[in-house]
Design a protein around this ligand. Structure first.
Ligand code: AMP
Length: 436
């Protein structure tokens, strides 16, 4: 019988990284390190974490993202039990708004600043930077109509990449207008593309009725040629939309952010109104989107809210960030290292050291020890390989004298320390704060 493998488009995050290239070569310690950088930035921008379930009602996602989007029609991991239909969440914005409504969070505060980080699932064709299980992080400002919120979300997003020292990305922004202007624009696009129906692929012809905005995203060369003369959203915005967009871009200008206004930027999800933006980087190849987002003033109503809950947010791909860092040569390669490695020789010393290891851990140190009964030399080699900061050596002589040897692996100095003073001395040497 052959052994099992992870499902195509999913991967394991291993403590030392795997031998495969790309995102799988990143160690779990680097994942954690990157996640904490992201959390730090998002906290600094005054966002609090929200965690929602990985499974959600299928209807929530269909209504939230849009029945006719690629995600909902083609990419859902969906299943039923009895009469209930579930999906593995393909994104986290609709779940966050569900949670806000479910817990009547609008009653406790008018504005919520929430961030999330966790796995999402889309049944796309796997390739570099595109997986079936991937991790998204993002933030949402819920309850504000202000252009300052849009700009704050964009600045937060950029601050994450800046915190990693990543540069060379490109920010594109656009306004999709309010629901009415968006609808008039949609109709104008439908009329325009309908007059070029013979040039359209079958898929695009199908999209024409349901969601003509999606045609602006086309990758087909002859369809792209049609875009040149297609109606532009800018001509359909009303004064309030235009003013909102100008204010957003003014904030970005004031902060010296470079961006490009792209009238063809529509994004793949139906719920956007007014501001939409995307962050790309060339080093990722075909899957070049690092993050994207926008304003979604209609989503809450779509999900059953009686009152309008204006909101704006961004969502970013965690693996794409790792890949972009790797491509920039600033890949993270953190490996978790023990503070201390306790080396013992012989059963009596082994027994004593077992207690020493647990005591040192209780004092807040990360401590490794041998569980294979290896020679002292082999244990020393292991301590070296693991990058331990200090080793403690206890053999028969030490047992007899009631003191052990602490060795600094970096500097080489050795200290002979009475047993009861080993843990305090290690704490002093490693400068670990007291945990209790
Ligand atoms: P979206 O919700 O489609 O705008 O996605 C937001 C971000 O998530 C994208 O910019 C990508 O960085 C990332 N992303 C989306 N789909 C995938 C996927 N299948 N695999 C890896 N990352 C993805």
């Amino acid at each position: 019988m052959s052994t099992f493998r992870s499902i195509k488009g999913t991967f394991d995050v291993l403590p030392y990284g795997s031998r495969s290239e790309g995102v799988q070569s990143v160690s779990s310690a680097s994942w954690v390190a990157a996640e904490s950088v992201i959390r730090r930035v998002l906290n600094k921008f005054d966002f609090d974490e929200i965690r929602t379930p990985i499974i959600e009602p299928a209807e929530l996602i269909a209504r939230g993202i849009g029945e006719h989007t690629d995600i909902v029609t083609k990419e859902m991991f969906a299943f039923s039990r009895g009469d209930d239909n579930y999906v593995l969440r393909p994104e986290i914005t609709a779940p966050v708004i569900r949670a806000v409504l479910q817990h009547s969070m609008q009653q406790t505060r008018e504005v919520h600043r929430l961030f999330y980080m966790g796995p999402c699932f889309r049944a796309e064709r796997p390739q570099k930077g595109r997986y079936r299980q991937f991790q998204q992080f993002g933030c949402e400002i819920i309850g504000s109509l202000s252009p300052a919120a849009d700009a704050d979300v964009i600045l937060t997003m950029l601050a994450v990449y800046d915190a990693f020292g990543l540069s060379g990305y490109r920010l594109r922004v656009n306004s999709l207008g309010n629901p009415d202007s968006r609808k008039t624009y949609s109709d104008a696009l439908r009329t325009y593309f309908a007059s070029h129906k013979s040039t359209l692929s079958e898929a695009s012809r199908n999209r024409l009725n349901e969601n003509p905005l999606r045609l602006l995203d086309t990758k087909i060369e002859q369809e792209r040629a049609l875009l040149v003369s297609a109606p532009r959203i800018a001509d359909f915005l009303d004064d309030a939309d235009r003013e909102h967009f100008e204010e957003v871009t003014q904030y970005l200008d004031d902060r010296g952010v470079s961006y490009e206004i792209d009238p063809m930027l529509v994004r793949g999800l139906d719920y956007y109104t007014r501001t939409a933006f995307e962050l790309e980087i060339d080093t990722l190849g075909a899957q070049n989107a690092l993050a994207g987002g926008g304003r979604y003033d209609l989503l809450a109503r779509e999900l059953g809210s009686k009152t309008a809950v204006p909101a704006v947010g961004f969502a970013a791909g965690f693996e794409r960030l790792l890949l972009a860092l790797e491509a920039a040569g600033t890949g993270l390669n953190t490996l978790a290292k023990p503070d201390v490695y306790v080396i013992s020789l012989g059963p009596a010393a082994g027994q004593f050291c077992f207690g020493l290891v647990q005591d040192a851990r209780a004092a807040g140190l990360r401590v490794s020890f041998d569980v294979q009964g290896r020679s002292m030399k082999a244990q020393m080699r292991d301590a070296n390989k693991r990058g331990a900061g200090f080793v403690v050596i206890v053999g028969d002589n030490e047992l007899a004298s009631g003191s052990g040897v602490i060795k600094n692996m970096a500097g080489g100095e050795e200290f002979t320390v009475l047993f009861h003073q080993i843990v305090p001395k290690l704490k002093e040497l490693t400068d670990v704060p007291t945990t209790s």
